[in-house]
Each structure stands twice: as C-alpha cells, then as structure tokens.
Design a protein around this ligand. Structure first.
Ligand code: SF4
Ligand code: MG
Length: 310
C-alpha cells in the first residue's frame, strides 16, 4: 500500500555563513494516500523548505523522510518517479529555449519511458490530460498564456505517473481569473489519478476549500494540524487564529497587533510565537510547547492546550 510520511524530528538546512535554520522542528507530519494536505504560513516560515525536504531535494539535518514506509535514498530513482514537484512560477521553471514537446519529453527520456513513438504518444496524452491541444507541443513557453504554461508544468510533473506531488504555490503567479481553472484541474487530476498532494499556499481560503487537512507553519515549526473545516471553524492555536482573522479582515498582512515576524535564524526562546501572541503567559517565553496529538489527525503545539501559560 502506498503511504507518504514525512517524519522530521528536526529538519533544516545550512545557509552559507549562517547558523542552521531549523526549517521544521519536533514534528511528525504524515500524509495519507489520496490525501490533500495543505501547508500554510507566512513567507519565510519554511513551507517551501519542508516541501523540498519531503521530495528529498534538500537533506534533513536530523529526522527522516519516509515514502511508502521507506527512506527515499534506498531507491532514489524509484522515489523520483513516484514523487514530483509543481513550481510556483511556470515562467521561470520552463526552459524558454525548448518547445513544449521537448520540455515534456525530458522526464520521459530521463526515466526511460520508452522509444520515441511511445514518448510522443505520452506527450499527446499528457497535453489532453491537462486540457491543452496536441498542437501546443510545437510551441515555446513564451507563446503560451500563464495558465497554459502552468498546465504544461503540471503535465511535466505527471509525465512519469507519480503518486505524490508537492505543489508549491502553484496558482499564486497566475491571474485571479485563471487561478480557479488551474485549481479545478488539480482537483480533477487528483481524483482521476488517485494522487496525494502536499499543497503549499498562503491562501487560507483556497486551502480550506481544497484540502482534507491543513498544517500551519510558524518560524520553521508546525504549530497546528487539523481537518480543514475544523481548523477553519475552531482554530486551536493563537497563530492560526491570527491568520484566520487576517483573512476575514480581507487583508493579506498579519494583524497589526501581532507585530513583526522575528528572524527564523534566531527564533525567540520558548514558544517562538510568544512575542506576537495575545494569549502568552510567563511559561511561553521559558518553555517550548510540545506537539500534542489530537483526534482526527490533528495536532496543536501550544501551552493553552497543555496545562496553561502561567
Ligand atoms: Fe501563545 Fe503561549 Fe500558545 Fe505560544 S504557547 S501560542 S505564546 S499561548
Ligand atoms: Mg515559498
């Protein structure tokens, strides 16, 4: 049975001349087969890094990633076939000097999909799958609209029939009018191909509509996980509440009262959210909250749910 599980106890990356950024700490994040897990948080929270670690594009400094119960390194070629990435900006992620045919042929060639005729038939099939005409294959990326380019980006990710996709803000570079079309395509493909998604976004409304569960990141930590509707209607973590309040206020910025985002290089001690948290107490600056598992695949890391802040 297929099963995706990222189990980082401490993930991170080393930046040149900088201390280790702990991209994800003390977290077990499981993604069930066929699930769409949303990953939300402000920019700089470590969402993209977690996505890259989940795809084994960046090594965890500690902890481990398991795919279908096994570390990707055990069979990296097999893992690369089964787990793929859709990038935010199709403009920069597609090689502008190649035709769409060559762009889609690249993963097929690398993974030895078959002889030229079989690869070409697959390219036609892929274009149909993402709602593009077959004659698109003769065009170059700059001859396509933003939405068409992202469809090509999705087709490329699907070329070798993966089971798991990390989608890193796949619609945020697109015009609002095009975003829903691409989201609907992603939903249709997820159902039709029984895919599992890790969907990275800063758009809470979209994630609530699209995802089965949502994980919320703050300064490299997952602070809350919950079924989408439950997290939206009854957020357990003060940071999740602040994010939702910002959505309801029709503003993209975090609430004024929540203050500046501290540096992830030197996160505040104790609960990293305590300088911005309206509910913080003495314990919050002194002690990091534990990740408390809740029913229905939920989790919250906050002293309010673990004996209080006093
Ligand atoms: Fe706020 Fe304390 Fe909970 Fe952190 S642990 S979110 S500071 S109440
Ligand atoms: Mg990002």
């Amino acid at each position: 049975s297929k099963h995706y599980a990222a189990k980082p106890s401490l993930l991170g990356r080393l930046l040149p001349n900088q201390p280790v950024v702990r991209a994800v700490q003390q977290v077990t994040l499981d993604i069930a087969p066929g699930e769409i897990l949303g990953l939300v948080g402000e920019s700089g929270s470590g969402k993209s890094t977690l996505g890259r670690v989940a795809l084994h594009l960046e090594p965890p400094t500690e902890g481990q990633v398991l795919f279908q119960g096994r570390p990707p390194a055990e069979d990296l070629a097999g893992f690369r076939r089964r787990a793929q990435m859709v990038f935010q900006d199709p403009q920069s992620s597609l090689n502008r000097s190649l035709t769409i045919e060559r762009i889609l042929d690249s993963p097929l060639s690398v993974h030895r999909y078959g002889p030229a005729a079989a690869r070409r038939a697959r390219i036609v099939e892929l274009l149909e799958l993402v709602g593009l005409r077959a004659d698109m294959m003769r065009r170059y990326p700059h001859e396509l609209s933003g939405g068409q380019r992202q469809r090509v980006g999705i087709a490329r990710a699907l070329a070798i029939e993966p089971a798991f996709l990390v989608l890193d803000e796949p619609t945020s570079a697109l015009d609002v009018s095009i975003q829903a079309q691409v989201v609907n395509l992603l939903v249709e493909l997820q159902q039709r191909l029984s895919l599992t998604y890790l969907f990275i976004s800063h758009d809470l409304r979209l994630v609530r509509w699209l995802c089965d569960r949502i994980a919320v990141m703050y300064l490299g930590r997952i602070v809350e996980v919950g079924p989408a509707a439950q997290l939206w209607e009854a957020p357990a973590h003060p940071y999740t509440r602040a994010l939702l309040a910002a959505v309801t206020a029709e503003t993209l910025a975090p609430p004024e009262a929540a203050g500046e985002v501290p540096s992830p290089i030197r996160p505040p001690p104790g609960c990293a959210f305590h300088p911005r948290c309206p509910a913080a107490g003495p314990r919050c600056a002194a002690e990091a909250p534990r990740a408390l598992a809740q029913p229905l695949g939920a989790m919250v890391a906050c002293h309010l749910h673990d004996g209080g802040v006093g």
